[in-house]
Design a protein around this ligand. Structure first.
Ligand SMILES: NC(=O)c1ccc[n+]([C@@H]2O[C@H](COP(=O)([O-])OP(=O)(O)OC[C@H]3O[C@@H](n4cnc5c(N)ncnc54)[C@H](OP(=O)(O)O)[C@@H]3O)[C@@H](O)[C@H]2O)c1
Length: 277
């Protein structure tokens, strides 16, 4: 099956299945991104705070895959939030490290409301997007209330909000509210860091029914709910397995079984409390 794509509010298509490189150093990141591109991933998610943009860029160049065939996503770190000069300089460092003249997805990593700079940072990213340096301006870990603040300040909502989402904390309520306003949720930690989902009897039984692995069942469940995701693995075999989620078919009953794992957002990371610099 062809890899699924998600069409954003402005018509931009992004791969629905992305590879998140995680907090590995440059050398390891280069190795893992190389494996992910070889497996077939065409969206790569990194962040300034992961400290591995140089490794990601090196992997992309080494792959020989045309730059425009890969959706490259990175994030503005907390200590770089601020007005136009600060954000422009931060994006410049990111582009230099990645070895590219534009970025596809550029997200404010965390709102950090106590810093009080996310609205002006958003305004600055919109200007960089108008100049063609950013294709799809977005945010990460923003609540509906934070999105309201952005809209009040600029009248423009992000195209993407990357949020924690998995069977235990699907955030289905806010994902739907975002969708209604044209903001596409992108799930991070979609497998809950593989923290034990594969031992869940109900998931194992669905996996047996459809002839797939539990990871594939969970990733397919995200796609069926209209949530593209960024998943991480250090294993080339598991990367291929994860992409195989595109070939899995779940019935409405099987999806409902997984929907019932949801414990609500109280169990998720609280973006108002999180500290990241
Ligand atoms: N915006 C944010 O604040 C934020 C926060 C966290 C993460 N993220 C992004 O989201 C990406 C993914 O999140 P994550 O790493 O936290 O969680 P995840 O993708 O849910 O889980 C990753 C774990 O799942 C395992 N795994 C992957 N495929 C598997 C399979 N088919 N079978 C069994 N285990 C499998 C991997 O182990 P192996 O390596 O052993 O395969 C790895 O330990 C990150 O790399 C990052 O890009 C963003």
């Amino acid at each position: 099956m062809a890899h699924p794509v998600t069409v954003l509010r402005d018509g931009t298509s992004i791969p629905s299945m992305g590879f998140g490189v995680g907090e590995h150093a440059d050398i390891a990141a280069e190795r893992y991104v190389t494996a992910a591109l070889e497996a077939g991933f065409r969206l790569v998610d990194t962040a300034r705070s992961y400290g591995n943009e140089r490794g990601v860029g090196a992997a992309l160049r080494r792959s020989g895959i045309p730059r425009d065939d890969v959706f490259l996503q990175s994030k503005l770190r907390g200590s770089d939030q601020g007005g136009q000069p600060a954000v422009r300089a931060a994006l410049g460092r990111t582009l230099e490290a990645l070895g590219t003249d534009h970025i596809d997805g550029y997200l404010i990593h965390w709102p950090l409301p106590r810093l009080g700079r996310f609205e002006e940072s958003w305004e600055a990213i919109l200007t960089l997007a108008e100049e063609g340096l950013v294709r799809a301006p977005g945010v990460s870990n923003f609540t509906l209330a934070h999105l309201d603040n952005l809209e009040r300040r600029t009248s423009v909502l992000p195209l993407v909000n990357q949020v924690q989402s998995s069977p235990s904390v699907s955030r289905c309520y806010s994902v739907e509210r975002m969708r209604a306003r044209g903001v596409q949720a992108q799930a991070y930690s979609p497998l809950e860091h593989a923290s034990g989902l594969h031992r869940t009897a109900a998931l194992r039984s669905i996996a047996d029914e459809v002839g797939a692995t539990t990871a594939q069942v969970v990733l397919r469940w995200h796609l069926d709910a209209g949530r593209p995701f960024v998943v991480h693995s250090t294993s080339p075999a598991r990367l291929r397995e994860d992409l195989g989620a595109a070939d899995v078919t779940l019935s409405p009953r099987q999806r409902e079984v997984i929907d019932r794992f949801d414990h609500d957002e109280a169990h998720a990371v609280d973006p108002d409390e999180h500290h990241e610099m």
